[in-house]
Design a protein. Structure first.
Length: 252
């Protein structure tokens, strides 16, 4: 007997509590997390850019898969980032991932921009689907500010910082000369990953990090010390936007 599969794909401003609970249930089952309605509300309902596309797949009325096209605009372009994608183990191999992706994209405007930051495992799959590689990054130490600014011209703005980043645990700010950066401490002591250069008023939204250390950021440049480090890929379904800030990642 065939399974009854229902794809419930809708805009995030048209969800009810049951939909949110089903979406979170799948997320928590796959990622071993503890999601709340407030988490969903922050990302998808209170989104500063507008509604996202969210999908829950039901197999025989049981929530079994979910994904989102998260509204996350870039430099004035309407843009979406795929994320929160998960399929329960007992229903993989049924073509559900592909079908719910098609269902989600079908709701978007034809000219909507879609981009993502796939890991090394999923990156080849994106290329097979016809996505374009925009950038490939590895960490380099911050030595010359002009090199950083050349590769990262779009700084995080106050609206975005207040909405998405301000309450993220572990993010602090540092000052180097006259410039401010928000950073996260690396697993190695005294190493700090730069998330974005910011204005002073944005930096002060975060705790100050007083410790001395080495700051690194993501760069296209290959050096003798980073060539064996796995790359961060930035891909897009369209090719209109050249600069996609790395601070736009949903898991910043």
């Amino acid at each position: 007997m065939d399974n009854k599969i229902v794809y419930d794909c809708r805009w995030s401003d048209n969800v009810d509590e049951k939909f949110i609970d089903d979406f979170n249930l799948i997320q928590d089952s796959v990622f071993c997390s503890t999601s709340t309605r407030e988490d969903f509300k922050k990302q998808f309902i209170d989104n500063i850019y507008g509604p996202s596309v969210v999908t829950v797949v039901y197999i025989d009325e049981v929530p079994s898969a979910a994904r989102a096209l998260w509204r996350n605009d870039i430099d004035g372009y309407k843009a979406y980032q795929p994320g929160r994608t998960c399929v329960l183990g007992n229903c993989r191999g049924m073509g559900i991932f592909t079908e719910m992706t098609k269902c989600s994209i079908a709701l978007l405007d034809e000219n909507a921009f879609i981009y993502n930051f796939p890991n090394n495992n999923s990156f080849p799959g994106y290329l097979k689907m016809g996505w374009h590689l925009v950038k490939e990054y590895r960490p380099v130490f911050l030595v010359r500010l002009k090199n950083y600014l050349k590769e990262h011209p779009l700084q995080m703005d106050a609206t975005y910082a207040n909405w998405w980043v301000k309450d993220v645990e572990g993010i602090k700010y540092i000052k180097r000369g006259k410039h401010y950066f928000i950073v996260r401490q690396h697993s190695k002591r005294l190493f700090y990953h730069i998330i974005s250069m910011v204005e002073e008023d944005i930096a002060l939204l975060f705790p100050k990090h007083c410790a001395f250390g080495l700051c690194f950021y993501l760069s296209e440049r290959q050096t003798f010390y980073n060539k064996k480090i796995s790359s961060l890929h930035v891909v897009c379904k369209n090719s209109d936007i050249i600069c996609i800030p790395t601070w736009k990642m949903d898991a910043i």
